[in-house]
Design a protein around this ligand. Structure first.
Ligand code: CTP
Length: 419
């Protein structure tokens, strides 16, 4: 692995120029939150409202959250002067909500207002968040327009999804993605870089639960945070990511394929299925090494148990170790080692035994590190004998550093989608 480098902690949004186009639908009110969240993350957000969007939401709301003036008309001095500059400087154009009428105009290449003109003039990635009545979304005209935007123009369409629509309009597909999801998608389009955008990543996370009886289990305090952070970060960089996780209260990271499992054996089965296609595998799960030998299907009764309940534990599969046989040649594997002593030497043994290229070692006794906390203090050990002790940092930052360190070892030429 590469030697110590400056930590790259810059999130994809910071200092990036985002044009947020808002068209006239009920979901326009949610665009205010998108503008606010992108601004809070450090993006410079220029909002363009169509005429009908102004019927739903006022420019002032956006100016209040972005601190920048809002463009509404091509026919104002400001609009005609700025729209081409904005189109040229944008790192991303996001249209949320994108109405049926907007999709029709965009797919025809019309330039009849500021937003469509800007779309023709920009070469930045374009992200559309359609929102409309479900019958409008399924109309053949809209289907054709959406297809054209996607396949011919290369725009990324996210949603709509099923869910409650405007008052009394049922719950078919038509609902815009939520603001936080659109922010994540924006991050992916801003952050996608080679080689990440052409690779597949597998991450394991969380604890496993090994049943004792119908209601009890043997488990541990792992929250899943570290693995979820790695999965999210790889997705933001453009990878196709599968997260195999034991029980965790965390929500699915946006865009990531999540397989939720309970036991070590279920985790092993899922990993053996996914690992053959993974260019990078990161094993962050705290897998139970042993499981109760004969879990009872019924709830174990106190009166039947007596004053002692002796449980016999048998060995569980070593998920990371077993995956060695199916990981493709040239792929990269990262493991974790949580130790209570002799951190470096024990972690090095695991690096060798499980065929990792990098191992992330942390001391279970350290304050602010390990299970069920949002921070971690880790040492990265690589195959070449390198050791890099990182300061206490958030698990999201640790995830970024881990991915930065493996980047130069990833294949850079395979085919893949870049979003
Ligand atoms: N691991 C795994 N399956 C297991 C045990 C561990 O995939 N049954 C993975 C973990 O996700 C981690 C690495 O192996 O990446 C090391 O995990 P750790 O629990 O520290 O190691 P063990 O092999 O279980 O060794 P021990 O518990 O004896 O320290």
């Amino acid at each position: 692995m590469a030697g110590p480098r400056a930590l790259s902690l810059r999130p994809p949004w910071e200092g990036r120029k985002v044009v947020l186009g808002v068209t006239g639908g009920i979901a326009a009110y949610k665009a205010v939150q998108v503008a606010r969240d992108l601004t809070r993350l450090g993006a410079l957000v220029d909002v363009v409202l169509t005429r009908s969007a102004e019927e739903f939401v006022r420019p002032l709301s956006f100016e209040g959250v972005t601190g920048r003036s809002v463009l509404t008309s091509l026919w104002s001095a400001e609009g005609s002067a700025r729209h081409l500059t904005l189109a040229g400087e944008a790192d991303l154009v996001l249209v949320a909500p994108a109405t049926a009428d907007f999709l029709a105009r965009a797919s025809q290449g019309r330039g009849d207002d500021l937003l469509t003109t800007l779309l023709l003039a920009t070469r930045a990635p374009v992200l559309l968040a359609p929102a409309m009545n479900d019958r409008m979304w399924s109309h053949p005209q809209t289907v054709r327009n959406a297809h054209h935007c996607r396949e011919v123009l290369g725009y990324r369409l996210v949603g709509p999804r099923d869910g409650p629509l405007a008052a009394g309009e049922g719950a078919g597909p038509g609902r815009m993605l939520e603001p936080d999801e659109l922010v994540e998608w924006s991050g992916r389009l801003l952050g996608a870089v080679s080689p990440w955008s052409s690779i597949q990543v597998l991450v394991t996370a969380g604890p496993t639960r090994e049943p004792l009886d119908a209601v009890r289990y043997v488990g541990n305090r792992s929250s899943g945070r570290m693995g979820f952070a790695v999965a999210r970060e790889a997705w933001l960089r453009g990878s196709e990511v599968t997260l195999v996780t034991g029980p965790s209260a965390l929500p699915d990271p946006v865009g990531v394929t999540v397989r939720r499992v309970e036991t070590a054996r279920e985790m092993r089965d899922a990993v053996m299925e996914v690992a053959p296609r993974a260019n990078l595998s990161v094993f962050a799960a705290a897998v139970a090494d042993f499981r109760p030998q004969d879990p009872s299907r019924e709830k174990q009764k106190r009166k039947d148990t007596g004053s002692e309940w002796a449980i016999r534990l048998v060995e569980n599969p070593d998920v990371a170790g077993e995956s060695r046989s199916v990981r493709p040649p040239g792929s990269v594997a990262v493991g974790f080692a949580l130790e209570t002593g002799e951190l470096i030497s024990r972690a090095r043994e695991k690096l060798e035994a499980k065929g990792f290229d990098l191992i992330v070692a942390n001391d279970a006794g350290e304050e602010g590190a390990g299970f069920d906390v949002t921070t971690n203090r880790v040492t990265l050990l690589d195959r070449e004998g390198g050791a890099e002790a990182l300061p206490l940092m958030g698990k999201e930052e640790v995830a970024r550093v881990i991915l930065d360190r493996v980047e130069s070892h990833l294949p850079s030429t395979s085919n893949g989608d870049d979003s």
